[in-house]
Every structure is written in structure tokens, then in C-alpha cells.
Design a protein around this ligand. Structure first.
Ligand code: ATP
Ligand code: MG
Length: 365
């Protein structure tokens, strides 16, 4: 039987608590499938800095390179606020993304029926919502050169960032979006601002060409990024897959996040290129939220974002789609029992990380 190699990197703060929840869920699927998972574990972020003086070791990077999927908790916290910039906890995450070549960030926004009233929007607008934002992660204005603050010498300074996209970068993210759309509702909305940006003109041109050449069966429309933000809060169910650049993706995925109620619910994936020799692709799965230092150590963290991130690994890295669907259903069923952590409105009746995890495991059983 094929073995799937998982590298678990809990990190800091609630990262270690939600990683414990993930271990239990992985073990449930492992025993059901007869031992298909091989799990390695290492430190990252502040924990790696404390142990090794770096945000991630070369040895951990080797494990990541050898894995089929990295499951990442969260990094950072006030304890490491003054460590040198190059070894700050977040540098571990950035090195993983860069060295694994993770150029496609997948951020689903799913509104579970039991939580539809926790959204900032009306129930009818968000109930049953299931959209996927595909954000380009390694290019665009976050990395383009020149990038500097220039002293103009007359008491003035100039802040410069440069948006750069090459054809190949747009082609590969477009393919990820079209391939994913084929496994969903077969519809892609490509979002840019070609009316004011040259990179937007190229983006629209390249996505259109990839579509015409390779994905005639998928519906494609183009939407300006500002309008896309507006439509996301007006009637989000009009979308299935939204593909966009790094900057617009950053913003649009946070807008979409608020539709669903809570940060503690949201998983994500970052995918690299498929190796033609093995057919496998590098991948990392992580909750959207951070290390939540304010609740770390209290056992109150919501484990759902982490558990749903493992569901994405089942779906996108291990080809275990039925199992992924089962786990997503178990999360919904656990919420249907009324179990709530504090972040999703549990109030005085809130359950903690362990009880929420146990409720999900019971739903799986
Ligand atoms: P980062 O910079 O690492 O993204 P952040 O400042 O955005 O961190 P988070 O760590 O994500 O912040 O936390 C933001 C708020 O949401 C905090 O009040 C935190 O307690 C809460 N929060 C985040 N994740 C969870 C979770 N899984 N369960 C419960 N509350 C959470
Ligand atoms: Mg944050």
C-alpha cells in the first residue's frame, strides 16, 4: 500500500495544541486505512530558534522536501519579538514556501450551516457558501524589484514597490485554478485590474489563452478586483473558484474569511509544481490563523482550521477524496451537535480544543 509521508511542524503558541488535535485525526484515518501514513515531526519558528538558533533547520527542510505534505501549525509570539530579523519565527514559514516552490495558495471559504448566523452577513447570503480563492503566492508586488525607500535629497523620500508577473507565472497559477474548478462547479473567475495595471493586462491575456488552449470545458469570467471585493460581500455564492495575484489574493481571501464567521475555522493549502517524473507535488497545509498568544496554553483553541487543513491534504496530496469528504462532514456534524469553542460563539458553554476534537472523532466513528 502506498505510504503518504507527512511532516508535522506544530510551531509555537496554540500551534502545539492544534497539532495534538491533528495527530489524533491522522491516527483515526491511519488505523482505518491500515497504516498509510508515515509521520515525521520537527520544530519550527520560535521553538526552532530556542532549540537551534534558527527559524527552521536544514534537517527540517530536508524532511519537508522528502514529505508528500507538510502540516504546519503556527509560529511566533511576544517571546521572540526581539530576535534578529533573519531568524524571526516567520522566517521559517517563508523559507518553507520559498524552498518548496509553493506558488499557489488555496483558501477555501466554507460556511457551515450551524455557523451561518456567526457571519457578519445575513444567513441567506452565506448559508451553504463554498468558494475557493486561488492566490498566486511567490510573485507580484511583494517581491518585484526595485523595492526600496529612496531618499530624494530635498527632505522627500519615495517608497517604491514593483508589480511584476511573467507569462509562466500566470500560466501555472491559471492551470491550478482550472484543474481545481474541474473537481468542483467548473467555473473560474479571474480577478485583476487590467484597466489600470499592465500586469493586469498580461494576466487577463494569459488566463484567456490558457483557457482557450486547455480548458474549454470550464466556464471563465473576468472581474475587476475592486468589483470582486464588492461582489464577495454582496452575493458570494455567485463564485466557485477565484484566481488572482498575490496582493489582490491577500485582500480578497481575508474578505472571504469574514463571510464564514471565524479565523479559527479556516484552512489553507500552498502547492508547488507537479514533478513530471513522480506525478507528485510539494505541498504545505496550515490554518489561516496565527499562534494566538492571548489564548495559548489555555486549551481553548479551536482545532477546526488545523483539522480542515488535514482534510485538504487528504484531498489534494493523498488522493483520498472520499476520506476528505468524510472529515469535512464530521466537522459539520460536530458543529451540529452544538459544540462551540469560544471563538465561534461558545460563550460560557464553550468547549476546549480536546473536547471539540473528541466531538469530531465521535462524528467520524
Ligand atoms: P499572525 O500575525 O501570526 O497571523 P495575528 O495577530 O493575525 O497572528 P492570530 O494569532 O491569528 O493573530 O489571532 C487573532 C485573534 O484570533 C486572537 O485573539 C486569537 O486568540 C484568535 N484566534 C486565532 N486562532 C484561533 C483559534 N484557532 N481558536 C480560537 N481563537 C483563535
Ligand atoms: Mg494574521
Amino acid at each position: 500500500m502506498a505510504t503518504h509521508k507527512i511532516l508535522l511542524l506544530p510551531g509555537d503558541g496554540i500551534g502545539t495544541e492544534i497539532a495534538a488535535a491533528a495527530r489524533k485525526v491522522i491516527a483515526w484515518f491511519d488505523s482505518r486505512a491500515g497504516g498509510v501514513f508515515e509521520i515525521e515531526e520537527d520544530v519550527v519558528g520560535g521553538a526552532a530558534y530556542d532549540a537551534h538558533g534558527v527559524a527552521i533547520t536544514d534537517a527540517a527542510m530536508d524532511l519537508a522536501q522528502a514529505s508528500d505534505a507538510v502540516l504546519f501549525g503556527a509560529v511566533g509570539g511576544p517571546k521572540w519579538a526581539s530576535v534578529p530579523y533573519e531568524v524571526r519565527p516567520e522566517a521559517g514559514l517563508l523559507r518553507l514556501r520559498k524552498d518548496l516552490g509553493l506558488f499557489a495558495n488555496l483558501r477555501p471559504a466554507i460556511c457551515y450551516p450551524a455557523l451561518a448566523d456567526a457571519s457578519s452577513l445575513k444567513r441567506e447570503v452565506v448559508e451553504g457558501l463554498d468558494i475557493l480563492i486561488v492566490r498566486e503566492l511567490t510573485g507580484g508586488v511583494y517581491f518585484g524589484e526595485p523595492k526600496e525607500i529612496r531618499d530624494l535629497g530635498n527632505g522627500q523620500k519615495r517608497g517604491i514597490d514593483t508589480q511584476v508577473y511573467d507569462t509562466y507565472e500566470i500560466e501555472r497559477i491559471a492551470r491550478v485554478a482550472f484543474d481545481l474548478a474541474r473537481t468542483r462547479s467548473n467555473k473560474v473567475s479571474s480577478s485583476e485590474k487590467h484597466n489600470v495595471m499592465k500586469s493586469g493586462v498580461l494576466w487577463k491575456e494569459v488566463v484567456t489563452a490558457v483557457h482557450a488552449r486547455e480548458y474549454g470545458d470550464v466556464a471563465l469570467d473576468h472581474i475587476l478586483a475592486d468589483n470582486c471585493g464588492m461582489q464577495l460581500v454582496r452575493w458570494p455564492k455567485q463564485f466557485d473558484v477565484i484566481v488572482c495575484d498575490n496582493l489582490f489574493g491577500d485582500m480578497l481571501s481575508d474578505v472571504a474569511a469574514m463571510l464564514t464567521g471565524s479565523l479559527g475555522m479556516l484552512p489553507s493549502a500552498a502547492l508547488g509544481a507537479t514533478d513530471p517524473a513522480t506525478g507528485k507535488r510539494k505541498a504545505m497545509y496550515e490554518p489561516v490563523h496565527g499562534s494566538a498568544p492571548d489564548i495559548a496554553g489555555t486549551g481553548a483553541a479551536n482545532p477546526i482550521a488545523m483539522i480542515a487543513s488535514f482534510a485538504m491534504a487528504l484531498r489534494y496530496s493523498f488522493g483520498m477524496v472520499d476520506e476528505a469528504n468524510l472529515l469535512d462532514k464530521a466537522i459539520a456534524a460536530a458543529l451540529d451537535t452544538g459544540a462551540r469553542t469560544r471563538d465561534i460563539g461558545g460563550g460560557d458553554n464553550s468547549v476546549g480544543t480536546e473536547a471539540m476534537t473528541a466531538t469530531i472523532l465521535a462524528a467520524l466513528d
